[in-house]
Write a protein that binds this ligand. Structure first.
Ligand code: HAM
Length: 419
C-alpha cells in the first residue's frame, strides 16, 4: 500500500470503528457503575493553564519537567492536560462546588497527554477514567475510591490484579522520613544513577521509584516510610487497612510505593496487572489533602484514582475477554430500480422511528452486490423491493441467518420487527 501523506503524531492513535465498539461498551459500563456508587460526572477542558499543572503536580516531577505539551498564545500559557486531578480541583475551587454541600464525589473519563516515549501500554495521547472525592478526610472515602476502581476491573472480568498500598504520611511524617532517607543514601551518593543524584536534593522520595540498576542496592536497604508516620498518619493508614479487610479487598503493602506527583499525602495505591508487561500499572491514586489549598481553595482533604483505559483494553485482549457487541443492523433495504430506491429511502425514517436500525445501499449496486453487502453489514433481515413488490404492496422480508423468506406488507414488516 502507498505511504499516506499525513499520519498521526508519534504516540497518538486513531481509534477505529471496530475498536470504538469496545470503548463505548466500557464507557457505558463506567457510567452505569458510577451511578451505583453515587458518583457524578465532571467534564473539564482539554487545555489548562500551565501554572496550574506545574503548581499542582510539582516542578520536579517527570510529567512537568519532561512530558507536558505546552505552548503559549498571546499572554496565555496553555498545557494539554496530562491528568485530571489538578484540573478537577481547579474546577472545584473556581465553581465553588463546596457550596453544594457534603463531599463532592466526581468521576470523569477522557484523553490525557504526556510526551513520553511510546511503547506497549504507553501513549502520548491516552485515556483515563477516574474518581475524585473532595471534602472528606475519612478513611471511608479512601476505601470507597479503591472499591470503585476494583469494581470496574472486576465487572469487565479482570480479577488477576494486585493492589499495592502504602502511606506516605502527612508533611511532618514525610519530612522526618526524607531526612532519614537522605542520611541513608548520602554515603553512597557517588554510586547513585545520574537521575537519582539530581533528585537527591529536590525530590528524594522519587529515588525509591528508580528503575536504574545501580540504585537498586540502596533502595532495597532504605528505611521505610511507614516507620516514620506520626500518630495521625498511622491511625489513618490503619483505618484504611481495616476497612479494606472488612470489604475482603486484598492488598500488598509496599513501603517503597511513591507516586509520580508531588500532591500526594497519606494513602497511596496502585493496581498492578501481570498481563501487561513493562507498563503494568492499570490504575493509581491516593490522598491529596493539601492540593485544594495549594491552588487557592480552602483547606480541603481529598482522595482519588485514575485508570488507563488503553491498558484495561490491552489486559482484556491478553485475557481473551470480549467487550461490546459485533457490528450489526436490523434491516437492509435491497432495491431494484429507481422507484424502489426512492421508496426505500422514504421508508428508512419509519423503520428508525419504530426503534428498528435500518440502512440501504448508497452506491447504486446490483441486487446481488446489495445482498452481499447486507451480509457484510451483518443485517438480521433484508427487505427486498422491486417493481412487482411496489405494484402489489407486498415485499420480501428475508431472515438472513435462517435463509427464510416471507411476503409481507410494509405495515406487517414494521409489526414484526418493532422491538
Ligand atoms: P497516574 O499514575 O499518572 O495517576 O496515571 C493513572 C493511570 O493512567 C496509570 O496507572 C496508567 O494506567 C495510565 N497512564 C498513565 N500514563 C499513561 C500513558 N502515557 N499511556 C497510557 N496510559 C497511561 C494520575 O494520573 C493521577 N491523576 C491519579 C489520581 C487521581 N490520583 C488521585 N486522583
Amino acid at each position: 500500500m502507498a505511504q499516506p501523506t499525513y499520519t498521526t503524531h508519534l504516540g497518538m492513535v486513531d481509534i477505529l470503528p471496530d475498536e470504538v465498539r469496545k470503548w463505548q461498551f466500557l464507557e457505558n459500563l463506567i457510567h452505569k457503575e458510577a451511578e451505583k456508587f453515587n458518583f457524578e460526572e465532571i467534564r473539564t477542558p482539554i487545555m489548562e493553564q500551565t501554572e496550574l499543572i506545574v503548581r499542582g503536580l510539582g516542578q520536579m516531577t517527570d510529567i512537568v519537567s519532561k512530558e507536558i505539551f505546552a505552548f503559549s498564545r498571546g499572554d496565555d500559557n496553555y498545557v494539554l492536560r496530562p491528568e485530571l486531578t489538578a484540573p478537577v480541583v481547579r474546577s472545584y475551587v473556581e465553581n465553588h462546588l463546596d457550596q453544594r454541600g457534603g463531599s463532592q464525589k466526581l468521576y470523569y473519563m477522557g484523553p490525557m497527554f504526556r510526551a513520553e516515549r511510546p511503547q506497549k501500554g504507553r501513549q502520548r495521547q491516552f485515556h483515563q477514567f477516574g474518581v475524585e472525592v473532595i471534602g472528606s478526610s475519612d478513611a471511608v472515602a479512601d476505601v470507597e475510591v479503591i472499591a470503585f476502581m476494583i469494581h470496574i476491573f472486576k465487572k469487565v472480568g479482570i480479577t488477576n490484579t494486585t493492589l499495592k498500598l502504602n502511606s506516605i504520611g502527612d508533611p511532618e511524617s514525610r519530612k522526618n522520613y526524607i531526612e532519614a532517607l537522605k542520611n541513608h543514601l548520602k554515603p553512597n551518593f557517588e554510586k547513585l544513577s545520574e537521575i537519582s543524584k539530581k533528585r537527591f536534593e529536590k525530590n528524594p522520595l522519587r529515588i525509591l521509584d528508580s528503575k536504574e540498576d545501580e540504585d537498586q542496592p540502596f533502595i532495597e536497604n532504605a528505611p521505610v516510610i511507614t516507620d516514620f508516620l506520626n500518630e495521625d498518619s498511622l491511625n489513618h493508614y490503619k483505618k484504611v487497612k481495616e476497612y479494606l479487610d472488612d470489604l475482603d479487598i486484598d492488598y500488598t503493602e509496599d513501603p517503597y510505593l511513591v507516586r509520580g506527583m508531588d500532591y500526594y499525602t497519606q494513602t497511596a495505591f496502585e493496581l498492578i496487572s501481570p498481563d501487561l508487561g513493562a507498563q503494568d500499572a492499570l490504575a493509581g491514586g491516593g490522598r491529596y489533602d493539601l492540593l485544594v489549598e495549594e491552588i487557592g481553595g480552602q483547606p480541603t482533604p481529598a482522595v482519588g484514582f485514575a485508570a488507563g483505559m488503553e491498558r484495561l483494553l490491552i489486559a482484556c485482549e491478553e485475557l481473551g475477554i470480549k467487550l461490546g457487541t459485533e457490528k450489526k443492523v436490523d434491516v437492509y433495504i435491497v432495491t431494484l430500480g429507481d422507484e424502489a430506491r426512492k421508496w426505500g429511502l422514504s421508508k428508512l425514517p419509519e423503520l428508525r422511528n419504530s426503534e428498528i436500525s435500518a440502512t440501504m445501499d448508497y452506491m447504486g449496486r446490483s441486487m446481488k452486490a446489495q445482498m452481499k453487502d447486507a451480509n457484510r453489514e451483518n443485517a438480521s433481515y433484508a427487505l427486498i423491493v422491486g417493481g412487482n413488490e411496489l405494484a402489489e404492496g407486498k415485499f420480501t422480508l428475508r431472515n438472513m441467518k435462517e435463509s427464510e423468506e416471507n411476503s409481507l406488507s410494509f405495515e406487517e414488516v414494521l409489526n414484526k420487527l418493532t422491538p
